[in-house]
Ligand binder design. Sequence first.
Ligand code: HEC
Ligand code: HEC
Length: 465
Amino acid sequence: MKRITSTVILGLFTLPALAGSATTLAEEKTGGDTTVFATGRNAFSFPAANLSDEERTRFVIGNSFFKRNWVEAPASTRARDGLGPHFIARSCGGCHVNDGRGEPPKPGDQPVSLLLRLSIPGVGAHGGVNPEPTYGDQFNNFAVQKVKPEGKVVISQQAITGRFADGETYTLLAPGYGFRDLGYGPMAKDVLVSPRVAPQIIGVGLLEAIPEADVLANARAQAADPDGIRGVPNRVWDATTGAPALGRFGWKANVASIAHQTAGAFNGDIGITSPTFPDEGCTAAQQDCLAAPRGAQGKAPEIDPETWSDVVFYQAVLAPPARRNLADPRVKRGAALFRDARCATCHRPEYVTGRPPRPELSSPALAGQRIFPYTDLLLHDMGDALADGRPDGRATGRQWKTPPLWGVGLIRDVNGHDRLLHDGRARGVLEAILWHGGEAEASRNRVLAMPKADREALVKFVESL
Ligand code: HEC
Ligand code: HEC
């Protein structure tokens, strides 16, 4: 009964979307007809405004498996046991809080919504990473009873100061990452570590429906322009289709589909096996992990294919919220500055979606929508200061995917913080821009040269997205 009630509530909340549509500018509706007019804590948690009733019900079911905690096996509830043996969080929502953005831990705490990917140099299966031999491809700082956690993460911070052309100074905090209390002995000497926070997951189904040809055209257009911006596509293995595909998700476009990301996250972050990844992520050196009890009484993958597909569907149809404050003169000025500083070359505003690639895991309501995600979905060299030194598919240790900017201005409402960039080091939009280097250095320099009122207008514009 509770589930049904929430469907009704969702219906009410999305009503204003219909009322407002006739009078709004196209750009206000970031996700075309899927857009919801929502702000506040739940702004990222609504289904696309144009779903059918049956689709809304499936959304609610997927939502419950995204948010609910998995428990240790053996448990009386076979449908949701199997947490771990190693894990970082007990649910998807434990990191994607309110479907939103993760953040680095408070000093002295262990990270939860920031995870550390691990590998050693060289190429692994299907052109992917070569996992660290003892700890695998991701550091798990938590474990079930009687199994050792992999250890603890240590984060240090160093202040870097700089100055705008008008003389005002700024301070950035550069993080450093290390480990202590390692459960299974030392890591490989040449271990490569990539820290990443959980991104907001609004509009991922629309991003998946952007025609591949449009993304490849972005790369060609950039290569033809002598401004030094040279985005390249990632190409990665999709374990759910058994084929390579254009990378779209993750901070290095290291994942091709919501389906693969979901199976990978269940396995890597929560320790839940699925038909795609039937084995727990224990390495040969982790005997206690290998010996720990399995969920579903050890008879089947811990999540069944139907539940898994509902979780994929849930994310695919999460709506991007509408823009705000478009008439504010500062926002208008900021929009012009955004173009002048060439931000829009990488943060490409607009696309028209094609058909979702896997109809059974998505909705036809996402097709043919004029959307405003502000990304080229390409990899860019962002300079030394942001480089993690860890390749991922075709991405080098200096490259990151341009993240979509839709919803960025609502992260504070949804998650109560304003941390941005792949590891959450930036405190707010201006700091995020000041970290831009490499191919984006000229853009940052333009911002350094702006008078204060223009810097503020640019930030206001980004926060209106
Ligand atoms: C331990 C924290 C954590 C948990 C738990 C977690 N995620 Fe994530 N999620 C992340 C991080 C970090 C990334 C970025 C990964 C990368 O760059 O490789 C991410 C990326 C994603 C993305 C891609 C978004 C984009 O636009 O790039 C999706 C979709 C996603 N997660 C879904 C899920 C689902 C479904 C679950 C539960 C099965 C889940 N996540 C559990 C941390 C988490
Ligand atoms: C060369 C391509 C490029 C250009 C030009 C560029 N960006 Fe970015 N932007 C990126 C990439 C890549 C990241 C992610 C970097 C990371 O996480 O380490 C990013 C991150 C951001 C973020 C943080 C987003 C988030 O979700 O955490 C903001 C805000 C942003 N850019 C705004 C701008 C603005 C404003 C400009 C123009 C002044 C600009 N960018 C120019 C590529 C670019």
